[in-house]
Each structure stands twice: as structure tokens, then as C-alpha cells.
Design a protein around this ligand. Structure first.
Ligand SMILES: *Cc1c(COP(=O)(O)O)cnc(C)c1O
Length: 411
């Protein structure tokens, strides 16, 4: 029986719940007609910096703007190598290239799907060398200065930041967090002995407020968060044509400002994010409990002990992903794939000398992942149906045997 459709992401319900507040904010902005920048943007920036436990926030036009400006402000110069992962959205590497840098990849951890600090260490030790003249780290083959590392906090879980920050320190590199999927995520820093929020650990961090993110605008928006006053000042100029004062341009910048309207919507929605994230975490826990029935048939997300994920996405792994995806679609259940083609195998990078087999973990993961419905208003009934259909599909040929195998695995 096909029940009601279950959307992969339900954004309509979320906005209906706070409709009055949003409409009042819209009316307020219409009255002042201060549409770009101004006090509404300042108010949101103050609130979001506080949320991230960071000193400064600079609102910009998108997450891609935020990453690009953060990298430029951090000192990435044309031709510099910037190290990231191939398992991410292309905006990460676009921003590196647009800042003038050249993206270099290290593979991910098979369980967390985030940057593997061991692979990063291997890359920095084996594929890079300290240049005799400058005393700086350069790539072995092309002699490019290596300036920054961009760990991506994918699916709402922070990358393993302690070892990444240690390596960055040891090699004199700057860390810019791609926190576009991790609003409110936390990491237990052993070196500091406390939980730290996404955006508060690197030299700077980039957030996206694309509507589908955990904190989404009603349009496009993003922000840079940093504890460094000079990064914040430079990002503030980059977003506004390089001016610190109207028509006094210290450098060329961009048109990358945040709208007042989006800032107001974001400020209102920010007040709900902790509660929405808590709901996502509850849904993830419930998915995990329900899927325990079929363990061994699919792989559920792994939350590392150092991490409190905000489950931007709920991503499972299965060998026959395409069959599962189309069966779920036939039952009216929406899913997504984040992301089907690793960046090093994208046409956009065919001019680089990448080939299949370069990043085997990423390649394996990309062929097996499936994102299930995950949003704050997901109901228990909807979850039950998703899990039932998934287990039915993966267990269909040998359901009895699989159950038996699971039972014996558990003993
Ligand atoms: C969404 C996203 C971006 C880009 O953000 P936009 O606001 O769409 O420009 C960058 N990196 C990651 C990991 C993202 O998920």
C-alpha cells in the first residue's frame, strides 16, 4: 500500500509554524526600506556570533561567498595549495579556486565521512616538503606553497578537529572550517577539555543559510565566523567592494552582502535552531533504534565520541543503493545522494591529474550512500514507514536468513 508521500525535506511546515513572526519582520523591513546591510544585519551578526561562541560574524550573500572571503582574508594567494576532501559539495573547492588557490585532496574516514587526520598527516609529510629558501611548506611536485586546510563538517558532524589543528600548527597552516552543514554542531576538544561549537575552532569558518540548511534563510545567505578581528574586518570589506567607508576602496572586493530581510528572517529562525537541532538528534536516535533490527544490512551514521552531530542529513549506506532508492521513490519516499560523484572525478577537474582509485574511501562511500528524510517536523509515523520500507527492500531476497544472521551477530 502506498501511503502519503514523505518528502526528503519538508520546508513548508517549518515556515508555517513561525509564519506570523516572519510576516511581521517583512513588514518591519518594508517600513524602514533599509534593504541591504544596516541595523538588521548587525543584530543578526551579533546573535549568530554568540550562537557559535565566536567573537565576530560577517553576514554575506551565500556560504560560497563566506568560504571564498574567509580564504582570501586568511591569506590564500594565487597558486597556493589548499587541502580539503573530495567528499563534499563543489562549493568547497570552487571557493578555494576562486580565492586563487588550488584544491588538493586527502581521503575521508570511512566511519565519519569527514577528513581523515591520518591521511592529512601522510599528505603533509610525504607529498609536501619544507622549502629551503622560504622555510615554508610547499607541495613536492609543483612547489606550491601550502597555506590552508579546509575540513568540512559534513552531514552535521564536525571533523576530528584536535589532530587537524595540531597538524596545522606543526606545519604553519591556517584552518578554515566549512561549517555550511553544521550550525550548532559540537566537538569535544581534548586539548581544551570542553565542548566547542562549529565555527569556533578554526582561524575562520564559513556557514551557509541556504533554505535547506539547519539554519536557512528564505533565500540565499551565508556568514563568516571568526575570533580574529582582522579577518572579520577584511571579510567586511570583501563583501562590499573593498570599502571600509563609502567610496573609499582599499582593494577590489565583491558584491557579497547580506540582505536586511534575510538577516531578520535568520534572526527569528536562529531562536528556534537549538530546538530544531534537538529534534533532528532525537529523530536520528530513533532511526538508529528502529534500524537495529536490520543491522548488517545497512550502515547507519556513526557519531564519534568527540562529536554532537546536528544531523543536517541522515545518511545510510547500502550495497545496492540504486534499487533501494527507486523502491523508496515508488513508495512515495523522497531521498537524496550527498554526493554521487567525488570531486576529483568531476568533469570540472578533468584538467587535473586525478583518476579513479586516488581516494578509494570517498569513491566507495559515494557509491553506497543514501540520505533519508530528515527535518525537525518529521513524524514518528513517517519514520516508521521509511524504516519499514528500507528494511523490506534490503532484506527482501533472504529476509529470514538475514534476521538469523543479525541475531547470531548480536550474541
Ligand atoms: C551548502 C554548502 C556550501 C555552499 O553554500 P551556499 O550557501 O549554497 O553557497 C558549501 N559547502 C558545503 C559543505 C555546503 O553544504
Amino acid at each position: 500500500m502506498v501511503g502519503d508521500k514523505i518528502a526528503f525535506l519538508d520546508l513548508v511546515t517549518q515556515h508555517q509554524e513561525i509564519r506570523e513572526e516572519l510576516v511581521a519582520a517583512f513588514n518591519g523591513v518594508l517600513e524602514t526600506a533599509s534593504f541591504v546591510g544596516g541595523p538588521a544585519v548587525d543584530r543578526f551578526e551579533t546573535a549568530f556570533a554568540l550562537f557559535c561562541e565566536a567573537r565576530h560574524c560577517v553576514g554575506v550573500g551565500s556560504g560560497t561567498d563566506a568560504l571564498r572571503f574567509a580564504l582570501i582574508a586568511a591569506g590564500v594567494r594565487p597558486g597556493d595549495a589548499v587541502v580539503t576532501v573530495p567528499h563534499t559539495f563543489i562549493a568547497t573547492t570552487e571557493a578555494i579556486s576562486q580565492a586563487g588557490g588550488v584544491p588538493e585532496f586527502v581521503d575521508i574516514d570511512e566511519r565519519t565521512y569527514n577528513m581523515d587526520p591520518e591521511k592529512l598527516r601522510e599528505y603533509l609529510e610525504a607529498d609536501c616538503v619544507v622549502d629551503d629558501e622560504s622555510g615554508k611548506l610547499v607541495t613536492l611536485r609543483e612547489r606550491r606553497p601550502v597555506t590552508a586546510i579546509v575540513p568540512v563538517h559534513l552531514y552535521g558532524q564536525m571533523a576530528d578537529m584536535d589532530p587537524i589543528l595540531d597538524l596545522a600548527k606543526r606545519f604553519g597552516l591556517l584552518v578554515v572550517e566549512d561549517a555550511c552543514q553544521a550550525h550548532g554542531a559540537e566537538y569535544f576538544s581534548k586539548s581544551e577539555g570542553r565542548w566547542k561549537r562549529a565555527g569556533s575552532m578554526g582561524y575562520a569558518a564559513a556557514f551557509s543559510f541556504y533554505p535547506g540548511k539547519n539554519l536557512g534563510a528564505c533565500g540565499e545567505a551565508g556568514a563568516i565566523v571568526t575570533n580574529n578581528a582582522s579577518i572579520a574586518r577584511v571579510c567586511g570589506m570583501l563583501r562590499d567592494h573593498g570599502q571600509a567607508q563609502k567610496y573609499y576602496h582599499d582593494m577590489e572586493g565583491y558584491n557579497g552582502r547580506l540582505d536586511a530581510l534575510q538577516a531578520e528572517f535568520l534572526r527569528i529562525k536562529l531562536g528556534h535552531v537549538n530546538e530544531w537541532n534537538a529534534k533532528r538528534r532525537r529523530h536520528a536516535k530513533r532511526y538508529e533504534e528502529l534500524f537495529a533490527e536490520g543491522s548488517g544490512l545497512i550502515t547507519v551514521p556513526y557519531e564519534a565520541p568527540y562529536s554532537r552531530s546536528v544531523y543536517h542529513l541522515y545518511v545510510i549506506r547500502t550495497h545496492d543503493r540504486e534499487t533501494l532508492r527507486s523502491r523508496l521513490a515508488a513508495d512515495g519516499i523522497g531521498t537524496g545522494i550527498h554526493y554521487p560523484i567525488p570531486l576529483h572525478l568531476q568533469k570540472a577537474y578533468r584538467n587535473r591529474e586525478f583518476s579513479e582509485g586516488n581516494y578509494p574511501v570517498t569513491e566507495r562511500v559515494a557509491s553506497e550512500i543514501l540520505s533519508l528524510p530528515m527535518f525537525p517536523s518529521l513524524s514518528a509515523e513517517q519514520q516508521d514507514r521509511v524504516v519499514e520500507k528500507v528494511l523490506q527492500c534490503v532484506a527482501r531476497p533472504t529476509a529470514g536468513i538475514a534476521r538469523h544472521a543479525v541475531a547470531s551477530l548480536r550474541t
